[in-house]
Design a protein around this ligand. Structure first.
Ligand code: ADP
Length: 626
């Protein structure tokens, strides 16, 4: 349940901070809103004032030319102001999409720049999803700040205009002949009316806020709604198309849809029950209270008109202006209450945007060494993932000889990928240290250190972009190097068949002429991307898992030549491919339990490597009798 513990001054401070951020995101949008709101706040008073003059004339001297003048003026000024209001509103609306996207960049940039360990946390993803849901479902967060600002502006201008039009109501003198109405000039009347107005505005603001709180408590992200929206928006479109079709998994989506309808959004769901029940009553009461003020103004205005203080035209002006005044006041007080409510959601936004970068960023340069003489050592390294208690790596001590080929093997979940993630400094270990040429890697400039590694992760992703951009990781590339990398990765024949060569777009999301690539082809492109980066360390996590046996054999036969003088690390389940490596590290439950060359390890009858090797070898062994 959302507890609103933020006090008004703190809420206002948050609101102002959000305003500043939104202003920075799109100044033009804010200017468009200010102009549009100022005009739309004044526009309703134009016909009120002009028709009052017209009615005064009709009820008074009834001069034809004056009546025509007021009619013409009313039409022209009302028409022109409505046109201006429409144009400015269009301008603000047109800009609102851009403004929303600009605000989105705040979150996007934060995601790209936060420490990887935070980016990878489920709690951070949940926080972002909740922020998005607050905005999409309830218009809260930044979305509400814009609405709040716009409505406040309209209300304040509306209140000032209404007060300007109602001053005559209290100041108009009572004629001598209406002595019995003299009491109406008492200052107690405006004071009493203002007190009624203030009381009602505060009260109805509180009731609206209570109703809103009840609705918002219901819309807090829960497991069901999270699942429901994830399934609705991405299921079957996110690479699961074939599974969905083969296993008719849409029944799962339908199940959650039905459950969501009954449990949350249906006619008997909690939202509907609230709208029909408590929240509905609170909203109804809040809307009906201002009628008391409008009624009091009516009575006072009519009594004064009866005394002859002003004509029928002024009656319409005062009643019209007072009604608008009460509407604007109610809106303003509703907004004060909402500002407090929205503060809890702004806090959530800033909890995300303020996630600190705690990873130590050193300043040492890694020196671009032509000889690639980079020596890496893991010294008693232990690591567990954030928000978990289990050690994914424990007391790992290994060092790589420069230019060597290292194979990392072990069962699933034994810590192989984690080892690579630490090596690339996506995470820092909790215990021990990793050294580059004898110096803790934390002391190096982070980006320069990252530049030392080319990695093909197991679950790599290619972009729906031209092939060359994918390989180069940039829109500017060296064509010859891109072609060489693709050739080295075994993509030569496929490249020849591509309709637009290097400019061929991968996948169809980006362009109509995009091509679909097979798993094996995608893996070749990912390897080419790693080769193009030309870093001193080449790391391939399951490098050939998706390749056919011929492509795999080709890659392995060329690998030595491709890798050249780099240090290469392969994570592989196919132990046959480890035979040519200088060193094999065997992982088990986060520990490195064996290391050495294939021939040595396979001889250790009780060792894990022997077990793994035999488990695979039986599939290649000749059946008896053949
Ligand atoms: P391998 O690559 O050998 O299959 P991993 O290094 O991926 O194994 O995983 C080692 C252990 O760490 C496993 O128990 C796995 O469940 C856990 N693990 C991996 N990634 C994460 C993560 N992002 N958050 C929490 N635990 C993780």
């Amino acid at each position: 349940m959302e507890k609103n513990t933020v006090r008004f001054p703190a809420a206002l401070k948050l609101q102002l901070r959000a305003m500043k951020d939104i202003w920075q995101c799109d100044k033009l949008y804010m200017i468009a809103i200010i102009c549009s709101d100022a005009v739309s706040a004044i526009v309703p008073f134009v016909p009120i004032w002009f028709s009052a003059r017209l009615l005064d004339e009709l009820a008074g001297e009834r001069r034809t030319d004056t009546i025509w003048m007021w009619v013409t003026l009313t039409l022209i000024v009302t028409g022109l102001s409505a046109l201006l209001q429409f144009c400015l509103k269009r301008l603000a609306d047109a800009r609102s999409e851009t403004a929303e996207l600009n605000r989105e960049t705040l979150f996007m940039e934060k995601f790209y720049n936060m420490d990887f360990q935070d980016m990878d946390k489920q709690s951070v993803h949940d926080l972002r999803t909740q922020i998005r849901q607050d905005e999409d479902w309830n218009g809260l967060g930044f979305e509400f700040v814009v609405y709040d600002f716009s409505s406040c502006l309209k209300s304040i201008i509306g209140i000032i205009s209404a007060i300007a039009l109602t001053t005559g109501l209290f100041s108009a003198p009572i004629p001598e002949s209406a002595e019995q109405f003299r009491i109406l000039t008492s200052p107690l009347f405006p004071i009493a009316l203002m007190a009624i107005m203030a009381l009602i505005s505060v009260l109805s603001g509180k009731l609206t806020a209570q109703a809103r709180t009840l609705m918002m408590e219901r819309s807090k992200l829960n497991k069901l709604s999270n699942l429901m929206w994830t399934y609705f928006s991405t299921f079957g479109l996110d690479g699961h198309e074939m599974d969905v079709r083969m296993y008719e998994q849409e029944s799962i989506v339908k199940h959650y849809f039905k459950q969501g309808l009954t449990d949350s959004y249906g006619i008997r769901g909690p939202f509907a029950r609230l709208t029909k029940g408590k929240a509905g009553i609170l909203n109804g009461l809040s809307d009906s209270f201002p009628v008391i003020f409008t009624g009091s103004i009516y009575v006072f205005t009519c009594l004064k008109a009866l005394s002859g203080a002003f004509g029928v035209g002024s009656v319409t002006q005062y009643v019209g202006a007072a009604t608008t005044l009460s509407g604007n006041l109610k809106r303003l007080f509703d907004l004060f209450a909402y500002t407090k409510l929205n503060a809890a959601y702004l806090e959530r936004i800033y909890e995300f945007l303020n996630i600190p970068n705690t990873m130590y960023q050193g300043s040492l340069t890694t020196e671009k060494r032509e000889d690639r003489e980079y020596q890496i050592e893991f010294r008693d390294v232990s690591f567990r993932y954030p928000e978990t208690d289990v050690w994914a790596l424990r007391h790992v001590s290994v060092s790589f000889k420069i230019g060597s080929r290292i194979a990392v093997v072990g069962e699933n979940g034994s810590g192989k990928t984690t080892f690579i993630k630490l090596l690339c400094r996506l995470y820092d270990p909790q215990e021990g240290e990793i050294l580059l040429n004898g110096i803790d890697i934390r002391k190096y400039n982070y980006h320069e250190y990252m530049d030392l590694f080319s990695v093909v992760f197991q679950d790599y992703k290619l972009l729906s972009q031209p092939l060359a951009d994918n390989v180069a990781g940039s829109r500017n590339y060296d064509k010859e190097r891109v072609v060489k990398a693709l050739n080295d990765a075994g993509f030569t024949e496929r490249l020849k068949s591509l309709p637009e060569g290097l400019n061929t777009c991968l996948y169809k999301e980006y362009g109509d002429h995009g091509i679909e690539v097979s798993g094996g082809e995608a893996q070749m492109i990912a390897i080419a991307r790693a080769l193009y980066k030309d870093a001193p360390f080449l790391i391939l996590d399951e490098p050939t898992a998706a390749l056919d046996p011929i492509a795999e054999a080709e890659i392995y036969s060329q690998l030595d030549q491709i890798v050249n003088d780099r240090t290469a690390i392969y994570i592989s389940h196919r132990l046959s491919s480890c035979r040519f490596c200088d060193e094999i590290l065997v992982f088990d439950h986060g520990h490195v339990i064996q290391s050495g060359k294939h021939e040595e390890l396979v001889r250790e009858q009780n060792g894990k490597y022997h077990e793994l090797w035999n488990a695979q070898a039986q599939y290649y062994a000749k059946p008896e009798g053949c």
